[in-house]
Design a protein around this ligand. Structure first.
Ligand SMILES: [Zn+2]
Length: 476
């Protein structure tokens, strides 16, 4: 019988990997095998260790990957899959491919840096510590990507086809509508990937992509994310609070450090800073966008105008490319990056990774966290087990470069930048469905979030909803 197996993002928000096997053979002989997403586990060691475990089927036996979007927790295991022998097509939108060509090599670079650090400090029980994949291996895997237009039907095999529809989460992001025909029976599966905010509004400013996921869906089996299953987004405009935080910090001579994913979130934040400076709500403070990926990310962002909301289009028309803004510095060399540490003047430093799991943000925070004049602003979700989570949740110290750094700087979290729909928004979208799916599996959520969303959906919609478990096999 055909089945889905959840190989990641079950019980956690990272490592998205859902296997579809069209097998019809009672002996268990495999059918066509497609992976929807192939993400990296991030966060606690327990999860990260899964990046090193083999998946239950040999990588070379997987026939295709369908990639919903370019966040590492959805695409970051692709180089490893290729390294393990996968040589099939990886289907994604062109914008997703462009973003992957930046984020995957960067991820390889970080893996190599981590391994080198562990070897230098002799911190690993493995000798030598090895990277999960290298920068070069990440670059090599890009040859397998195949661009697919939104709503273009793709036949994978006699039994399996799919098309992408808008997910409105980040640039290039899509849901995958999969059609499965076996034994004369047709079934529709919908894999949501991550779901964007339902519509543009003043309380979700800076949103780039089309408003709202595709409406009027129908599915027999729905595999849906649940990141914000137990939380609601604030319904106020974050900009006055952001301006107030920045004004107060610079007035006391402190700097603002913003850990942010270099792609998408950073671009949104840059436009917001520019707007606040132009309107005089914050002083003209030097801004360092300290990520080696920053220039490429801005260029990709500017290239894909087909994805813009009206609001994003207007901002770009008004202010042009962030790369040309006076007072904004980009893609510094690592020496220039370290020099920011010597600066005695207030500045805004935006750097990655967004959850402080690696990258240049580490040395900025190691330098600035001990000083109460400074401010750290989180504008993204922090997975438990990450340094970002420790800092955000009021920890007294955090381990960076093997040292415990005291956290004395002010810490603020603006949840309002989220690119994920919250429960009222999800329900609004689910109400547009043409049918009641036979079963919904919730993935991509912490256990409490997934459980609460399951209960909400049962109560509000009367649907059959289950929380997916790691490595669980569900017959189709
Ligand atoms: Zn995402």
């Amino acid at each position: 019988m055909p089945y889905i197996q959840f190989l990641g993002a079950a019980g956690t928000v990272t490592g998205s990997k859902h296997l579809i096997n069209t097998t019809n053979d009672a002996s268990g002989k495999q059918g066509f095998q497609a992976l929807v997403d192939c993400g990296l586990f991030q966060g606690q060691k327990e999860w990260r260790e899964r990046n090193w475990q083999d998946i239950p089927i040999p990588a070379r036996e997987i026939d295709a990957v369908i990639l919903t979007h370019a966040h590492l927790d959805h695409c970051g295991w692709i180089p490893r899959l290729v390294k393990e022998g996968f040589h099939g097509p990886i289907y994604a939108t062109q914008a997703t491919i462009d973003l992957c060509s930046v984020v995957l090599p960067d991820s390889g670079h970080l893996q190599e840096e981590d391994a080198a650090f562990y070897n230098k400090k002799k911190l690993s029980k493995h000798s030598p510590a090895l990277p999960l994949y290298t920068l070069e291996e990440a670059q090599e895997c890009l040859q397998y990507f195949k661009p697919v237009a939104v709503e273009q039907a793709v036949d994978l095999s006699r039994e399996l086809s799919f098309r992408f529809v808008r997910a409105a989460h980040i640039l290039g992001s899509c849901m995958a509508e999969v059609a499965l025909k076996t034994n004369g029976q047709a079934r529709r599966l919908l894999f949501t990937g991550d779901i964007g905010r339902v519509r543009d509004n003043e309380v979700a400013p800076g949103k780039v992509v089309h408003s709202g996921p595709q409406e009027g869906e129908s599915a027999d089996v729905l595999v849906m994310e649940s990141t914000y299953g137990n939380r609601q987004h604030p319904d106020t405009d974050p900009r006055p609070q952001l301006a107030d935080l920045i004004r107060k910090t610079t007035a006391r001579g402190g700097s603002v450090i913003v850990p942010a994913f270099a792609v998408e979130r950073t671009q949104k934040f840059l436009f917001m800073l520019k707007e606040l400076m132009e309107s005089g709500e914050i002083p003209r403070t030097p801004v360092f966008c300290d990520s080696p990926m920053a220039i490429k990310a801005v260029e990709i962002f500017l290239k894909h105008s087909e994805e813009y909301t009206q609001q994003a289009a207007e901002l770009i028309r008004k202010y042009g490319s962030p790369l040309e803004w006076p007072g904004f510095s980009f893609a510094l060399t690592s020496e220039e990056s370290k020099k920011i540490n010597d600066s005695k003047f207030p500045s805004v430093i935006i750097s990655s990774s967004g959850m402080v799991t690696g990258g240049r943000i580490l040395h900025h925070l190691a330098q600035r966290l001990p000083d109460p004049k400074n401010l750290v602003i989180f504008i993204g979700f922090q997975a438990p087990g990450t340094r970002g989570f420790t800092i955000k949740s009021g920890g007294a110290e955090v381990k960076i470069f093997g040292l415990f750094i005291p956290i004395r700087a002010q810490v603020a979290a603006l949840e309002k930048f989220s690119d994920h729909a919250d429960p009222p928004e999800l329900l609004e979208w689910l109400h547009t469905f043409k049918n009641k799916p036979g079963v919904t599996y919730l993935v991509h959520g912490e256990p409490a979030a997934a459980a609460q969303l399951r209960d909400t959906m049962k109560k509000e919609l009367g649907w059959n909803v289950q929380v997916a478990e790691y490595r669980e096999i569900c017959d189709l």
